[in-house]
Design a protein. Structure first.
Lengths: 166, 166
């Protein structure tokens, strides 16, 4: 039986929610990482994916400036690092220095790859759509990298507690 | 160690992938269901979510025409019905008649709710972005309904095999 509830209460049903890490760079080439639950692939041909980033986030500024980002899927073992990246701002800290995440050079964009993630997609912004308090950045995927030693994807089980499934 | 691979091969790392069911209606008010892995929330205030729908899909036509859709999260027990909806077209079959999914009236849109889903969000299209072979429809969420008897969310573990997690 369906029961009408507040939209806020209904969202609690979304867990486990996927999580990805998006990286971007500032004008000096310093990399930043933001964990995002709001991600989706959005085209097969050409391959594209989309992320929603809050207007006030530092990554929003960096992606808008640079027109580029990397989307990486964090694996089991990175739970605490994802939590750290989601609860601190790149305006204040260097997330690569403060976590176990290691930056690696991408082939087509300035934003760094994350060595420990099971997959990294290099993206160039191909379209944008403002949606209330976020912007959807749609990126054309120009290169992909996998880490065969990485474990399973992790998911947010609610309240920022991450667990592997699959 | 990261290794560059084809984008196609890299996508195989995305499982388990979430799945939602989007409903829409034709001009006669007949409802249709499309399962989508490509979904994300996209704003807190106002509450919004986004889906990517292939240009050739019947649901693409219906959502474009009506400017409305419902996003529902299918629960364990609906695995076969989700598979059926994803492998048949609403141009040829009535998916509500052919599956265990039961249509219920929404309060603000003509698209039907799905009784068996753990949550249903009524959406009015507030923005669109074409992305290669899909369109991102960003919807303002105008009402939400939950089914407290429904089980856990299900995920695509690869090759359209659905399983509950959480």
């Amino acid at each position: 039986m369906l029961k009408q509830v507040s939209i806020r209460d209904a969202w609690k049903k979304k867990y486990p929610e996927q999580v990805v890490c998006a990286t971007s760079v500032d004008e000096a080439g310093r990399g930043n990482i933001i964990p995002l639950g709001w991600f989706m692939p959005t085209s097969f041909q050409p391959p594209m994916c989309a992320i929603s980033v809050g207007h006030t986030r530092y990554s929003h500024k960096l992606i808008t400036q640079s027109g580029e980002f990397v989307v990486a899927f964090p694996a089991e073992g990175s739970e605490e690092d994802v939590h750290y990246c989601g609860t601190n701002s790149g305006r204040d800290v260097d997330k690569f220095a403060e976590t176990g995440f290691t930056a690696a050079s991408a082939t087509n964009v300035a934003a760094p790859l994350i060595e420990e993630c099971l997959v990294n997609f290099e993206c160039q912004v191909a379209g944008k759509l403002d949606t209330g308090d976020h912007t959807i950045f749609a990126g054309g995927i120009v290169a992909a990298h996998v880490n065969e030693e990485a474990g399973r994807r992790i998911y947010n089980t609610g309240d920022y507690v991450f667990r592997a499934f699959g």
